[in-house]
Design a protein around this ligand. Structure first.
Ligand code: HEM
Length: 404
C-alpha cells in the first residue's frame, strides 16, 4: 500500500488517488493552443456541446417513447407532443439538434480541408473525425426510424434494400438486417437499441479518441505554421514576449469557445422555438403504412448529396458510386500528395479544388431534393460525375503543387 500524506483539500485527496492535477495540466493549463486561429476552431466544442444536448433531450424522450410498431407513432406524436409537460420542447430540441449537428459537422470538416488540418501528423484526427461522421450518420438514420411514420418506414425500406447489392440479389442479407421480409417489429426494436445504446457508446468512444489524437500534433493554425510549442509555452509563462504564439486551452482558449457557443445557442434556441418545422418532414406525420408508398422518398437534407450520387446511375454502377462516396473522404490525407500545410488560398490548383468540391456538394444536395426529371436530373448527373473527377484529380494536382 502506497504511503498517503494527509490531504488538506478535496482536490489534494483526489490528486493522490487519481492524479487529477496531472490530468488538468496535460489537458487544460499546459495544453497549448496556437493563437493564430479564428472562430471556426470553436466548431469542435460546439459539436461536443450539441452532442451533449442531444443526449440529455434523448434521455427525456426515452422516458415516454414506446419501441412498438403499434404504439411508437402515438407515443411520439400524441403522448410526448401533447400530454407530457414540455414534451414538445424536448422533441423540438432533439429534432433541431439532430439536423443542425450535421451543418456544424460539414463546416468543421470543410474548415479542416481548407486549412490542411488532416496532413502528416494529423491523419488520425481526420480518420477519427470521419469515424464520428459515419457514427453520427448511423445515429441520425436509426433515430429517424423511431417515430414509425411514413418516411421512417419507407426510408428504412429503401436504405436496407441497398444491401441487396443490386444484381447480386443478396436478399438474405437484407432480411437478416431487417429481421423480417419488410420493416416490422424486429426492425424497429433493433434500430431502437442501436439508436439509444450501441451507436451513442461508439460516439462517446470516438470523441475521446478524437480529442486524444489532437493532443500530440496540437491543433493547426490559420497559416499552417509549425513551431516549437515547448519554447513558445516557456516564453508565454515567463511573460517575455509581447505577442505569444500560444495560449493555454483552459481558461484562455476555452473562454473564447464558450463565447462562440453562447452565440450558437442563441441561434439554436431561436430555431427550436420559431423554426423547428425545417427539421421535421411533413410526410412523417402520417403513420407508417406498408401498402402506401409516398410519392417522393428522399432522405433528410444532410444525406442528399450522397443520395444524388446514387440516383442518376443504373442500379449497379449507382451502388458502386454510392459506396465510393461513403468512404472516399477517409482517404483524403493519403490522396493529397502535397507536403504544404497551408490555407487553400495559398495552394495553387488546390484552391480551385476546394471551392469546386464545396459547390459540387451543395449542388448535389439541392438536386437530391428535386424529383429526377428534365434539367434537374441532367444537373444531378453532371454534379455526380464532377464529384468523381475531382477525387481522381486530387492526387495529380497536389503532386505537382509547388512547395511553399
Ligand atoms: C461530431 C463530433 C466531433 C466533435 C465533437 C469534434 C471535436 C473536435 C474538437 C474539439 C477539435 C479541436 C478544436 C477545433 O478545431 O474545432 C477538433 C478538431 C478537428 N476535427 Fe473534429 N470533431 C467532430 C467531428 C469531426 C469530423 C466529422 C471531422 C472530419 C472528418 C473532424 C476533423 C477534425 C480535424 C481535422 C481537426 C483538427 C483541426 C485543426 O487541427 O485545426 N472532426 N474536433
Amino acid at each position: 500500500m502506497a504511503h498517503f500524506e494527509k490531504a488538506n483539500s478535496i482536490g489534494e485527496w483526489l490528486d493522490q488517488r487519481l492524479a487529477v492535477n496531472t490530468l488538468k495540466r496535460v489537458m487544460q493549463t499546459e495544453y497549448w493552443i496556437p493563437k493564430d486561429i479564428n472562430f471556426l476552431w470553436a466548431m469542435g466544442m460546439v459539436l461536443a456541446a450539441t452532442f451533449g444536448i442531444l443526449l440529455v433531450s434523448g434521455i427525456f424522450l426515452l422516458m415516454y417513447y414506446q419501441p412498438n410498431i403499434d404504439t411508437a407513432f402515438d407515443s411520439v406524436n400524441y403522448t410526448i407532443m401533447s400530454e407530457v409537460g414540455y414534451g414538445w420542447l424536448w422533441r423540438h430540441i432533439h429534432g433541431v439538434g439532430a439536423s443542425i449537428v450535421f451543418l456544424i459537422i460539414y463546416i468543421h470538416m470543410f474548415t479542416g480541408i481548407y486549412y490542411g488540418s488532416y496532413k502528416k501528423g494529423r491523419e488520425l484526427i481526420w480518420l477519427s473525425g470521419m469515424g464520428l461522421f459515419v457514427a453520427f450518420s448511423a445515429e441520425a438514420f436509426s433515430g429517424y426510424m423511431l417515430p414509425w411514420g411514413q418516411m421512417s418506414y419507407w426510408a428504412g425500406m429503401v436504405i436496407t434494400n441497398l444491401f441487396s447489392g443490386g444484381s447480386l440479389h443478396a436478399d438474405g442479407l437484407v432480411e437478416w438486417i431487417r429481421g423480417d421480409y419488410v420493416p416490422g417489429q424486429a426492425f424497429l426494436s433493433r434500430f431502437f437499441m442501436l439508436h439509444v445504446l450501441l451507436i451513442p457508446l461508439a460516439i462517446i468512444g470516438l470523441i475521446v479518441l478524437h480529442f486524444g489524437t489532437l493532443r500530440i500534433p496540437h491543433v493547426n493554425n490559420q497559416e499552417g505554421e509549425e513551431f516549437d510549442y515547448k519554447e513558445a509555452a516557456e516564453l508565454y509563462k515567463a511573460g517575455k514576449v509581447k505577442e505569444s504564439k500560444v495560449i493555454p486551452f483552459s481558461p484562455v482558449f476555452l473562454s473564447k469557445d464558450i463565447f462562440v457557443m453562447g452565440v450558437y445557442f442563441i441561434l439554436f434556441f431561436y430555431l427550436v422555438f420559431y423554426h423547428f418545422g425545417f427539421a421535421m418532414d411533413p410526410v412523417n406525420f402520417d403513420p407508417a403504412d406498408g401498402l402506401k408508398t409516398p410519392a417522393h422518398i428522399y432522405p433528410e437534407w444532410y444525406f442528399l448529396w450522397s443520395y444524388e450520387i446514387l440516383r442518376p446511375f443504373p442500379t449497379d454502377p449507382g451502388l458502386i458510386a454510392f459506396a465510393f462516396a461513403q468512404v472516399i473522404f477517409f482517404m483524403l490525407p493519403f490522396l493529397d500528395r502535397s507536403p504544404n500545410v497551408a490555407p487553400a488560398s495559398r495552394r495553387g490548383a488546390f484552391k480551385f479544388w476546394f471551392w469546386a468540391m464545396l459547390i459540387d456538394m451543395i449542388v448535389l444536395t439541392f438536386m437530391g431534393k428535386l424529383p429526377p426529371e428534365g434539367i434537374w436530373s441532367t444537373i444531378g448527373l453532371v454534379a455526380a460525375l464532377a464529384f468523381f473527377v475531382l477525387w481522381i484529380a486530387l492526387p495529380i494536382i497536389t503532386k505537382t503543387e509547388k512547395k511553399l
